[in-house]
Design a protein around this ligand. Sequence first.
Ligand code: SAM
Length: 184
Amino acid sequence: MDKIKGTNLYGAYSGSVMKNINTSWYSTAFYLGLLKKIFKYIPKESVSGVLDLGSGKGLAMVVFKKNGIKNVGGVELRRDLYEICQENLKKYNITPRLHLNEDACKVKDFSYFNTIFLFNPFPSNVMKIVVENLVNYFQKENKTCYVIYINPLHNTELQKANFKEITSFKAPISNSDVKLFRFQ
Ligand SMILES: C[S@@+](CC[C@H](N)C(=O)[O-])C[C@H]1O[C@@H](n2cnc3c(N)ncnc32)[C@H](O)[C@@H]1O
């Protein structure tokens, strides 16, 4: 993808979370394989939109949008990554439903999205607040919320809030742990 469009999609891992971790596997193929797996457990038709909290340069957003997800969105704390992502989305002709340069803790309105994508972006204190915001919104709206959580270090925050684990599996290519959760 990168070569064709001259974009800068890879290496969104320069934040502290992924320091010292080998991410040479990070690729379009990884996300395509992941989507294929996810759709075995969450039917494609029931995914109205995917919001990537900690969206980096937007590779996940691009691959999801180009592979059948109607609404994509992203929230990224780092200004530099947010701006690179904006350029990438433009180059792929993607208009996100939401794209914020913001702390994910501040997001309280999840309209257009019923699925949250987390690539282990946060420490547990942030995860706790994000989960509280999800519960408040989806309970009020009386809607189902799915969470795709890669490298799910803080999944107990979801469990404590009554998110039920649908399944767990190893991601293709990277072999990272992935857990899928459902709320309501
Ligand atoms: C592992 S990268 C994931 C990139 C992207 N989700 C993908 O799969 O292509 C995690 C990202 O989360 C961002 N992040 C960390 N804490 C955040 C917060 N509180 N709010 C929003 N973004 C945050 C980091 O800056 C980093 O870009």
